[in-house]
Design a protein around this ligand. Structure first.
Ligand SMILES: [Fe+2]
Ligand SMILES: [Fe+2]
Length: 302
C-alpha cells in the first residue's frame, strides 16, 4: 500500500484502537497490526440469515428503480440463491449491525450495493470463483465508515477540510480492519474496501491509482449509482434515475469507471433486459440533476 498518514483512529467493532490518528500507515505497520490479532480464525455465518439483514435487503430493493431492475423472473431466484451462499466472519457481521444504529443510510446502502453488484457481476463475470469473490466482497466495502463520526457522515453543509480528510479515510480504515480480521493482505474484501473510491483514470482517492480490478470496478459503479439515487443530507434531492445513468455514462466515456458495468446497469433498467453488450452509450443529457450538491465540498468552495 502507498504510505498514508491517518487523520482519525482506526477502531475495531469492539472498540480496540488498531492505529491512532497520526500513524504513518505502511505495509510494515499493516503486517504488525495483522500479527497482533490473536482472536483469529473467526467463525463465519450466512449474511442473508443474520439478524434482520435478509429482510432489510429485500425491503431496500422493493421500490423504484430497484423494483424494475430486479424484475427478473427466474434470474431473481438464482440471484437470491447465490447471495445465500455468502458467509461473512462474525466481526464483519457485527459491523453491519453496528452500522444500522450508527448510520442507517450506510447500512441500507451496503445491502443495496451488495445485491446490485452481485447481479451486475452475474452478467459480466463468467468465472464462478470470481463471481463469489464479488458477492462476498461487496457488503463490506464501507466498513471503514465506523471510524467516521456520524456528525460528519450526516452533515448537510460543506465539510471543513479536516472533516473531508476523515471521511475520505474510510477506504483505508476498511482495508486495515479487514486485513486485521482476515489476516491476509490479499483478501479480496479488503482490496475492494481499499479501492472502491479509486477511478480507472487515476482521479479517485485515497491513492489515485489507475483502478484495474474487474471485481472492485463493479462495486465502484454500483456504489456511485446507489449514492446518486438515494436521499443524502448534502443535497436537497437525489438524482433522478435518468440523470444518474447519464452521469455514470459520462464517467464511463471519460474512462473514470468500467464501461461494461455501466452498460449492464442501463440494460437492467430497461424493461426488455437486453444483453449489456448491445447497449450503446450516448453522451446526450436529458435528465435534470439536482441543482445544489455539497458532495465532497469544503467550506468556502463554490
Ligand atoms: Fe465508500
Ligand atoms: Fe459505498
Amino acid at each position: 500500500m502507498k504510505p498514508y498518514k491517518l487523520k482519525a483512529d482506526i477502531v475495531t467493532h469492539d472498540k480496540q484502537i488498531l492505529a491512532p490518528a497520526g500513524t504513518e500507515m505502511t505495509d510494515a505497520v499493516l503486517r504488525e497490526i495483522i500479527a497482533s490479532n490473536k482472536k483469529r480464525p473467526y467463525k463465519s455465518f450466512s449474511l442473508m440469515h443474520h439478524e434482520s439483514i435478509g429482510r432489510d435487503l429485500l425491503h431496500c430493493i422493493s421500490h423504484p428503480p430497484y423494483q424494475w431492475i430486479f424484475s427478473l423472473g427466474d434470474e431473481y431466484r438464482d440471484l437470491l440463491r447465490l447471495m445465500e451462499k455468502v458467509h461473512l466472519i462474525q466481526p464483519v457481521l457485527e459491523i453491519m449491525n453496528l452500522l444500522k444504529s450508527y448510520d442507517m443510510y450506510t447500512y441500507r446502502h451496503t445491502l443495496t450495493v451488495f445485491t446490485l453488484s452481485t447481479l451486475v457481476a452475474t452478467h459480466l463475470i463468467d468465472n464462478y470463483r470470481d463471481l463469489m469473490y464479488e458477492a462476498v466482497s461487496s457488503p463490506s466495502h464501507d466498513v471503514g465508515k465506523i471510524c467516521v463520526p456520524p456528525k460528519i457522515l450526516q452533515k448537510a453543509t460543506p465539510l471543513t477540510s479536516g472533516e473531508l480528510d476523515i471521511l475520505e479515510q474510510h477506504p483505508v480504515s476498511g482495508h486495515v480492519l479487514l486485513n486485521y480480521y482476515y489476516g491476509d493482505t490479499n483478501n479480496i474484501s479488503a482490496l475492494v474496501a481499499r479501492d472502491h473510491h479509486e477511478m480507472k483514470n487515476g482521479s479517485g482517492y485515497p491513492s489515485g491509482i489507475h483502478l484495474d480490478n474487474p471485481i472492485a470496478e463493479i462495486v465502484v459503479v454500483c456504489d456511485i449509482y446507489d449514492a446518486m439515487i438515494s436521499h443524502r443530507p448534502y443535497r436537497p434531492a437525489p438524482y433522478d434515475n435518468r440523470s444518474a445513468l447519464e452521469e455514470l455514462t459520462a464517467m464511463a466515456l471519460g474512462n473514470e469507471v468500467n464501461i461494461d458495468a455501466v452498460k449492464a446497469l442501463i440494460a437492467l433498467n430497461r424493461k426488455d433486459k437486453p444483453d449489456y453488450r448491445d447497449c450503446k452509450l450516448s453522451d446526450e443529457k436529458r435528465g435534470a440533476p439536482p441543482k445544489m450538491n455539497n458532495y465532497r465540498k469544503i467550506i468556502g468552495e463554490k
